[in-house]
Design a protein around this ligand. Structure first.
Ligand SMILES: [Zn+2]
Length: 263
């Protein structure tokens, strides 16, 4: 079974399912999104879409609470349409007190049968804001936590995440995008910490992808990061650079199927 471990809701949902069928991807772990750059028809629209996201993240435009609610509804709707193809991970605000965090996770993640929490996209120096997210994971049967580990995170931030992973050793922690330019240090942490995993989407270079998947094949989850990645190209990259079919099979589906207990 081939599983894309990380893509965002793209509209229309039917087009995504068609693309999964064409690329031979059985299931996708689906994440919500506050914006839809895939709808842009030209560069100017792409630019304004990206500016909207930046303003939203900076608190300059709209309400992040409202946007997040809208995004969760969109995610829930997509999963309801294709329950056999999608597994959902839901966004949770970081930095809230313990009680409101638990309440949010109960209402948004538990009651919607979502399988994990994320993507957490934090600024550098903000990793401490995840403390109550880890508490919530522990409270709700060790829900996996998916963290964007690309710019602007630094090696020090990734190290801080790994310390949390050590403190909460039953919580699976997935570092997105192989740690970007910090991939060497990130692989060392993943080797040391059993509950720390890697997502291959937006890999830094094919050289990095090849080095990492063959070194820690049991710790890597294939990811596309649609709309930013292409399903077929991403899958082909793993197939081309895995040294053995055992490595390819582990990365392309077996590892995440085991983690999320998918039949
Ligand atoms: Zn990301």
């Amino acid at each position: 079974m081939i599983i894309d471990g990380h893509s965002h809701v793209t509209l229309p949902v039917q087009e995504h399912i068609k693309a999964m069928d064409a690329a031979g991807i059985d299931k996708t772990v689906l994440f919500s999104t506050a914006f839809h750059p895939e709808a842009a028809k030209n560069f100017a629209e792409v630019k304004s879409s990206m500016e909207f996201l930046n303003d939203l993240l900076a608190g300059k435009k709209g309400s992040m609470v409202e946007e997040r609610q809208k995004a969760v509804l969109e995610l829930r709707d997509a999963i309801r349409q294709y329950p056999d193809r999608y597994i959902g991970f839901g966004a949770v605000p970081a930095g809230l007190e313990r009680k409101p965090t638990l309440q949010y996770v109960d209402e948004t993640i538990q009651k919607n049968n979502l399988a994990g929490m994320g993507e957490f996209t934090l600024g550098s120096g903000q990793i401490h804001l995840l403390k109550n997210i880890f508490c919530a994971s522990q409270e709700f049967h060790n829900l996996p936590i998916w963290i964007h580990a690309f710019f602007p995170l630094t090696a020090a931030d990734i190290k801080e995440i790994s310390e949390l992973a050590k403190d909460y050793s039953e919580t699976p922690v997935i570092l997105g995008h192989l740690g970007e330019s910090n991939w060497l240090a990130t692989v060392a942490l993943v080797k040391e910490i059993p509950n720390l995993y890697l997502d291959t989407s937006a890999y830094y270079s094919t050289f990095v992808l090849a080095s990492v998947i063959n070194e820690v094949p049991k710790k890597c989850f294939f990811g596309v990061d649609r709309p930013f990645g292409d399903l077929q190209l991403s899958k082909n990259a793993v197939l081309q650079f895995a040294w053995t079919s055992a490595v390819a099979n582990a990365v392309l589906g077996e590892n995440i199927a085991r983690l999320l207990k998918l039949a």
